[in-house]
Design a protein around this ligand. Structure first.
Ligand SMILES: Nc1ncnc2c1ncn2[C@@H]1O[C@H](COP(=O)(O)OP(=O)(O)OP(=O)(O)O)[C@@H](O)[C@H]1O
Ligand SMILES: [Mg+2]
Length: 258
């Protein structure tokens, strides 16, 4: 439509950063004769949060077909609500949790205690398979996010998951680091300094496990992780675990403000 990419950048890291943190210029700004509705459609496809994008390709196709029909009938495309198609297919919306108000309130109160007083808290949720533990926790996390919670990390340890080293910690850290990749420039700079200090001296090994870390620290992605670490395996493992603990601690402090 515009003959150019939504984001330019000198290298992959700059483009990833731009994709995550900047809003693209609307196609209609670049090509004034473009129908505004098509421009809005493209911007919807470029939304940062998945919920604001189209649910599926069928939704995009339905809107494009509607544009085509309107253009044929009226010679122009009047504005209409995009993705009405998917709204109709999901009556009530996903994430409906019934009869768990007391449990949700208890979890939320615990979260508030941690957020307000920086004390550590743990909660055990137990019950037979299928009773709704995962559903409860998903909803609790969603409520915390809606209440303006800054950063939440979640991971699940599966019995019998073997082979992938540090899988659980990687699952915790990856979204936190990706959040940083998407931060605006000044906030990004503050994070980058903190994270660089925490990741030393095992930043290359950690970046091999956590690609977002490589992006933040500007490490060349082509450069392989040292095949044979200098330290003995047990010692290397200890250093990596300590590095990961320091990274988690970066995010457990007061919120970064630019
Ligand atoms: N409070 C609820 N309201 C509506 N649906 C629920 C609720 N709790 C659970 N469900 C539904 O029951 C099913 C099983 O729930 P869920 O996967 O959360 O169970 P679980 O305790 O995590 O099971 P497992 O131990 O096997 O992981 C899901 O399809 C979920 O949507
Ligand atoms: Mg579950």
């Amino acid at each position: 439509m515009t003959g150019r990419l939504p984001f330019e950048g000198a290298d992959a890291a700059a483009r990833v950063h731009a994709h995550a943190s900047r809003i693209a210029r609307a196609p209609a700004e670049l090509v004034p004769q473009l129908p505004p509705q098509l421009s809005l459609l493209v911007m919807k496809l470029l939304e940062k949060t998945p919920e604001h994008r189209y649910t599926d390709a069928a939704g995009v196709l339905a809107d494009l077909r509607r544009c085509e029909t309107l253009l044929r009938q009226h010679g122009r495309i009047p504005l209409f609500a995009l993705d009405a198609h998917s709204a109709l297919r999901k009556p009530g919306g996903a994430g409906l949790v019934l009869g768990r108000d007391a449990e949700l309130q208890a979890l939320f109160a615990l979260y508030r205690e941690v957020a307000d007083s920086a004390r550590m808290r743990a909660a055990w949720v137990s019950g037979p398979s299928g009773i709704g533990k995962s559903t409860l926790l998903r909803e609790a996390v969603a409520r915390m996010q809606r209440s303006g919670a800054p950063l939440l990390a979640a991971a699940k340890s599966e019995e019998g998951r073997r082979g992938k080293p540090y899988a659980l910690l990687v699952e915790v850290l990856d979204p936190l680091l990706r959040h940083v990749v998407g931060c605006a420039n000044e906030e990004f700079a503050v994070w980058r300094n903190r994270i660089a200090a925490a990741a030393k001296p095992v930043e290359r090994t950690l970046a091999g496990l956590l690609p977002a870390l490589g992006v933040i620290l500007g490490l060349q992605s082509g450069q392989p992780v040292p095949a044979a670490p200098e330290a003995a395996p047990a010692l290397e493992r200890e250093r990596v675990l300590q590095g990961m603990a320091r990274l988690i601690a970066c995010f457990a402090g007061p919120r970064v403000r630019s």
